[in-house]
Unconditional design. Sequence first.
Length: 164
Amino acid sequence: MTEELNWPAPNPQDAPQPNVGASRSGGEKMATFGQRLLGRILDSLNSFVAYLGVLLLSAVIMAISGAEEGSATATVVTVIGAIVVIGLQVMWEGNGGSPFRRGISVLIVDQNTFQPIGPWRAIVRIIVANFSLLFFGLGFLWMLWDENSQTWHDKAAGSVVVKR
């Protein structure tokens, strides 16, 4: 045999290896159920801290103004406080999650661009997430068998949760 016909076989170790940690799209790694649960708990904790701050501020305003419980001033302060807390939740969710959630790098992003979803889709996501609770949390558990690890509120808002 001549040297030209006797070439070595390719080494299987030299073949490209799959990226085991990457998700199905965009090279992003989808958050696990545990990571998402921790993110949800941290979002709730962050909202609770914001609520306590608004409640304290409301109490100070009512004490300074001398407003009685049930008065028009008390009602206005309460409504404004609720709007502030809801607005913070929408802003945080629209920008990837609360500061506590972002601290563990578990982010809510658009399923195609992997960028923040914005306030309008955050509102949809929040409403559908609360609706999911009516069905014993089935909408949250849906991610366990969904091919893109999406919950009902992810599907409604066109979002995914990634770990960065």
